[in-house]
Design a protein around this ligand. Structure first.
Ligand SMILES: CC(C)(COP(=O)(O)OP(=O)(O)OC[C@H]1O[C@@H](n2cnc3c(N)ncnc32)[C@H](O)[C@@H]1OP(=O)(O)O)[C@@H](O)C(=O)NCCC(=O)NCCS
Length: 114
């Protein structure tokens, strides 16, 4: 709720039959740079295009805000999510060592948009 209240224009939920089954939260990190902070879909609704639609939607909102570069961090071991982002045009631009509380590295990914 705090994230939604701070950045309402880049917080989107996906609903099926009136139930929230996924969300994406982002914000403008700096001029021209949008950051996807968190994206998740309820496990019962995976692999139906919900996550892809949420990602496409936030990219379009960022585009309308003048963003030309979208960045995000994902756990290095989260192969499914990394492949998902690559399918949407993101590529790896770096590693953030021990980024997470449990000391796992983050993979920093970027998408350039026009
Ligand atoms: C990563 C995540 C958000 C993807 O959500 P999703 O709703 O399953 O995503 P999609 O359905 O759009 O795409 C997933 C796969 O389903 C396939 N797919 C998409 N639409 C489909 C459809 N209509 N029918 C069958 N398969 C489909 C895609 O090919 C895609 O394959 P890929 O992973 O190899 O790219 C989800 O797995 C998740 O919530 N994971 C846990 C949280 C997480 O890891 N978040 C990301 C890190 S911040």
């Amino acid at each position: 709720m705090q994230f939604y209240e701070t950045y309402p224009e880049t917080f989107i939920v996906a609903e099926i039959n009136g139930f929230v089954v996924g969300y994406v939260a982002g914000f403008m990190a700096k001029e021209g740079v949008g950051r996807v902070f968190s994206l998740a879909v309820h496990p019962s609704y995976h692999n139906r295009g919900v996550g892809g639609n949420l990602l496409k939607e936030i990219i379009e909102i960022f585009r309308s805000m003048g963003v030309t570069e979208v960045v995000l961090e994902v756990r290095s071991g989260n192969i499914k999510a990394r492949r998902f982002y690559e399918r949407h045009g993101f590529h790896k631009i770096g590693i953030l060592e021990k980024y997470y509380n449990d000391a796992e590295n983050a993979c920093l990914m970027e998408l350039e948009i026009k």
